[in-house]
Design a protein around this ligand. Sequence first.
Ligand code: ZN
Length: 148
Amino acid sequence: MSLADDLYRETILDHYHHPRNRGELGGTAVKVEGVNPLCGDELILYLEVQGDKITDVKLQAKGCSINTASGSMMSEAVLGHSIEEAKKTIETFKNMMMSKSADGVLPEEMEDLEALQGVRKYPVRIKCALLPWNTLLEGIEESNNKSK
Ligand code: ZN
């Protein structure tokens, strides 16, 4: 077990025990649900978009540590950013998780997300890490449809 592995595990556990942006939103917020039957992860994501900006995001995750931590990190990475930026972040993260090489370059505010790279060693858990991001993508699409 290397030092980097230890740091990564600590980051994941921190987000798991203290998930950021946990809760729910009412009003005009979009609500989407995501499920990962392989692991039993369940996720409800609330998304508030004003103009082209994500002004609020809340998560209710009932899943494993990877799923909860990934959702927590995701909410921090996209909150306050534009839809365009969020989509780019989703793509960067997905590429990082799907690629076999470890040379994904993440923006500075996404440094925590590097911790999830270790998950690539466990293909079954990759779906856990991706669930919040796929759910966010759905939420973005739904809010697009709503504003048309
Ligand atoms: Zn899981």
